[in-house]
Structures are given as C-alpha cells and as structure tokens.
Design a protein around this ligand. Structure first.
Ligand SMILES: [Zn+2]
Length: 208
C-alpha cells in the first residue's frame, strides 16, 4: 500500500519500506510522457495497481504525484519494473541512465536549483552530498570520496529503497549532478551493487 505524507517522512519502526520524494517520480513520469507519448502514459495509468489508487489518481496528470509528497517504494518499484519489462540488461541499464539523467537535471534546474547552488564544485559536493541525497530519498547513507585528481568514488549503503533499475540510474543522476557543477566529459562507472551481493553500491566518477 502506498503511504503518503506531506513534508519529510517520519521514521516508523513498523515499516521497513523506504520512501521516495514525489519530485523525482513526477519528473520521471514527465520524461516518460514526453519520450513515449500519451498512449504509453495512458497504458501506464490503466495498469496502475488498484491498491495504489488510494493516494494516486490514474486519471490525473502524472498519476496525481505531488512533488512535495513522499511515496512508499512499492510505487517506485512498480514503475521501474513496468517500464523496464522485457528489456535485456544492456537496454535496461541504458534506459535507467537516461531517465535518471533527465529526472535529476530537471529537479536540479528547477525545484532544487536554489539549494544546489550551494554546491559550488565537486569538493564541496563531496562534503555535503548526503544533503542533496536526502532531498530525493528518506533513507540511504551516501558518501563521496576523492580518489584522485578529478576522480570520486560514491558509496551508497543502507539504502532501503534500492531497486536494480534505480541503482543503474545512479549513473545518469551522478552524471547530471557533476555536469550541473560545470564538470566536462563526465564518465560514471558502476563498481558494485547489493543486488550482486556487495555490502554497498559503489560508483566511480571521472571528469576532465
Ligand atoms: Zn545497487
């Protein structure tokens, strides 16, 4: 069941599922509607599980997702499974990167632009990255470590909201973040993932 709350989600010991901010889900749905067209969006709305209709509205724009609300991850995970259904691993990773890149760019350039201006460059970002992460997720420890000249390693642990598609999307979202800080030729590589048995998900980022 989708549990929905305004403002920051409050921890609930009885609930193990993480929550995702509506801002990114909404931006992802905008991307989907723009790239796939109205018919695909209508099909998505038609297939929205009935138990999710309580807080969502399949007849409304962007399924009624509000940017300021937090949504239980069963909704996000359903969306991920639905839009990546039938894709081979390469195509799925490519789609995840593209939608996350577009979603992150849209939110950093829009809703979170004032906040993001505080991240004047990669060094500042490395120190404060958790603060940006917390705008999108109500769980997960996000650390950025400098590993060389214009090289960072990102580690995400204790991420209850983890889903393979969303984790693959970190490639696109990381790229959008570094590009927004003015980095050129940004290259992101996934190093480890809890889906493969690792203790945490890791990525490397390089730029010129
Ligand atoms: Zn992962």
């Amino acid at each position: 069941m989708v549990v929905f709350s305004h403002g920051r989600a409050t921890p609930d010991a009885s609930e193990h599922m993480g929550k995702t901010k509506g801002s990114s889900i909404r931006a992802g749905l905008e991307w989907y509607a723009t790239t796939r067209g109205r018919e695909a969006m209508r099909a998505l709305a038609t297939e929205l599980p009935a138990e999710m209709h309580v807080e969502l509205d399949p007849g409304a724009l962007h399924l009624g997702v509000l940017a300021s609300a937090w949504y239980d991850d069963d909704f996000l995970h359903w969306l991920c499974d639905r839009i990546s259904d039938g894709l081979n691993p390469t195509a799925r990773a490519s789609l995840a990167a593209r939608v996350s890149h577009a979603t992150t760019r849209a939110t950093l350039g829009g809703l979170y632009s004032v906040f993001f201006r505080a991240f004047v460059g990669p060094a500042t970002y490395a120190r404060r990255a958790q603060r940006l992460w917390d705008l999108y997720w109500d769980n997960g420890a996000y650390t950025v470590r400098e590993t060389g000249q214009k090289r960072h390693e990102i580690t995400v642990s204790h991420w209850q909201s983890h889903h393979p598609f969303v984790c693959e999307g970190l490639v696109g979202s990381s790229m959008a973040i570094y590009e927004a800080m003015g980095c050129k030729d940004v290259a992101v590589t996934r190093l480890a993932c809890v889906s493969d048995g690792a203790l945490a998900c890791k990525l490397s980022v390089a730029w010129s």
